[in-house]
Design a protein around this ligand. Structure first.
Ligand code: SAM
Length: 291
């Protein structure tokens, strides 16, 4: 019988956010696969957990996943943890989880914190339907293309962003998506936790003043500068107002054609049109070929 792979969520700052079950599982498993073993060692020491750690991160995931899976197939049990939050959410967990599933290893979630949901829950923006986008591409042209696609997204959008990029990203969002309500959460659950809510222009001004980005009266920094604020940031953006996902006026073929004119492939454009309209990607793709 293979062992179990537990996907264990850990705190995103405040150590009190670990669950009782997470502590028990971390104590019971044969070994723990961690993104950064030194970082996880501190967490384990805090909870008096003494366990073998093995590293599993973005740069070794393809070599390490089969090694971990072999141990699981031999009957050992393992916990996967990331540096913070829920493994697999914008971190390398996905590859191992998928390899384990392919090998018919039981994969069990141990739910807990994730920055995206924590930030959404206090954003004041609609929470009934939302999309999680993780990090935008770092190359500006790709980032702008992604924002172009998100422009028509009717649901609340959640993004992760690095502190030194947030100022430029907020400007890019305003440029492409127009004025929107946003909620910027910084250092959630930590001592310097702060959430700013308002129109994107207000938040840009606030970030500018916190970071001293404007450099006095010389105006905002140019694109590409590293002006920003400190700490970990999750940004929640209002969806396109008044465009419910299943709006009868949403024409999937028109959306697809717009996207293809912008240079997206038929496959990507039909997937995006399906997401916006709630219709079948395959049907949109096939209909577009007949047009
Ligand atoms: N797996 C994690 C989760 O479940 O939230 C996310 C990992 S991702 C590599 C790290 C990003 O999450 C950070 O760059 C930041 O955007 C966001 N984040 C993590 N901790 C946060 C916090 N305490 N407050 C706000 N955002 C946070």
């Amino acid at each position: 019988m293979p062992g179990y792979l537990y996907i264990v969520a850990t705190p995103i700052g405040n150590l009190e956010d670990i669950t009782l079950r997470a502590i028990r599982i971390l104590k019971e498993v044969d070994f723990i696969a961690a993104e950064d073993t030194r970082h996880t060692q501190k967490l384990l020491s805090h909870f008096d957990i003494h366990k073998n750690l093995t590293s599993y991160h973005d740069h070794n995931k393809e070599e390490k996943a089969p090694v971990i899976v072999t141990r699981l197939l031999e009957g050992q049990s393992a916990a996967l943890v990331s540096d913070a939050g829920t493994p697999g959410i914008s971190d390398p967990g996905y590859f191992l989880i998928n390899t384990a599933i392919e090998n018919r290893i039981p994969v069990i979630p141990i739910p807990g914190p994730t920055a995206a949901i924590a930030a959404l829950s206090i954003s004041g923006l609609p929470t009934d339907a939302f999309v999680f986008e993780g990090f935008l591409p770092s190359k500006r042209s790709q980032k702008l293309s992604r924002l172009e696609l998100l422009k028509s997204e009717p649901h609340t959008i959640i993004l992760y962003e690095a502190p030194h990029k947030i100022f430029n990203t907020l400007q890019d969002i305003r440029e492409v998506m127009g004025e929107r309500r946003v909620s910027l959460s910084r250092e959630l659950t930590k001592i310097h936790e702060k959430t700013m809510r308002g129109n994107i222009s207000d938040i840009i001004k606030a970030v500018e003043s916190i970071s001293g980005a404007s450099g006095g009266d010389t105006g905002p920094p140019p694109q590409g500068s590293s002006a920003g604020i400190r700490g970990e940031i999750t940004l929640v953006i209002e969806g396109l107002a008044g465009e419910p996902a299943q709006a009868p006026s949403a024409d999937p073929l028109a959306i697809l054609e717009d996207l293809m004119r912008e240079g997206f492939s038929r496959k990507t454009a039909s997937a995006e049109a399906a997401r916006i309209t709630g219709m079948s990607r395959k049907e949109i793709y096939n209909a577009s070929l007949k047009k």
